[in-house]
Design a binder for this molecule. Structure first.
Ligand code: SF4
Ligand code: SF4
Length: 220
């Protein structure tokens, strides 16, 4: 189940399903902007580089965590789940990084916003829009800087604008380190999946034959 639409369908009718569908819309809006921007300015990463993922654990929102968690659960990626569970505060690097996979990111179709935009977008600084190359990149694969007028003319995606859109799905919620957020989301989604399976499944019987409690009348 690589496509986000399939994940939305599985959680249809729940808050999580709604949130993931909204997140998908944001990612879909970003995709052509990002493609046009990086191709116009010939921005890519040196072949084989994954230094950012090796050294960095992103902070993500709960909607982003729910999408990653749903993808891991619905695709039965138990080894990745274990990597997230074994991650310890202070560990360097993202537990979902694997240099032997095509994009080095084992959750590439559902990767969070910062992973989609890092070093491939404009940011808003004091002097207006700016682009600065990742310090691990090189002249052959990205310009050092791009001036604000060129960024504006190109309709470059802006990190802060997309971050506000993603954060707006959270209400008052903040951001949390990816492994912690994904672990919490996995617990929540397993509960929802168990509940919805119970509603939809052919066998709705009580698995351990626990008697249904009978209300006791209150003494008058
Ligand atoms: S989720 Fe993927 S792209 Fe993002 S830091 Fe982890 S490995 Fe890198
Ligand atoms: S060049 Fe920078 S952004 Fe690109 S993969 Fe390497 S460290 Fe990450």
């Amino acid at each position: 189940m690589d496509d986000i639409a399939g994940i939305c369908a599985r959680f249809e009718g729940t808050f999580v399903g709604w949130q993931i569908a909204e997140l998908q819309e944001i990612y879909q809006a970003l995709e052509p902007e990002s493609r046009d921007f990086t191709s116009k300015f010939s921005i890519s990463c040196p072949s084989g580089c994954g230094t950012c993922c090796e050294r960095f654990v992103p902070d993500i929102t709960y909607s982003e965590a729910r999408l990653v968690a749903a993808w891991l659960i619905l695709n039965s990626r138990s080894r990745l789940v274990q990597a997230v569970e074994e991650w310890k505060s202070g560990d360097r690097g993202c537990p979902l990084y694997n240099p032997d996979t095509p994009y080095h990111c084992t959750v590439y179709p559902v990767r969070p916003l910062v992973c989609r935009l890092f070093a491939a977008c404009a940011t808003k600084g004091k002097a207006g829009m700016e682009f600065r190359r990742c310090r691990f990149n090189a002249d052959a694969t990205a310009p050092q800087e791009i001036e604000a007028p060129a960024l504006e003319a190109a309709g470059a995606p802006v990190m802060q604008d997309y971050a506000y859109r993603v954060r707006s799905l959270e209400g008052a919620g903040g951001v949390t380190l990816l492994p912690e957020a994904v672990l919490a989301a996995m617990d929540e989604l397993r509960f929802i999946l168990a509940a919805t399976l119970d509603e939809q499944g052919p066998d709705n019987s009580n698995p351990d034959d626990t008697p249904t409690p009978t209300p006791t009348p209150l003494a008058s």
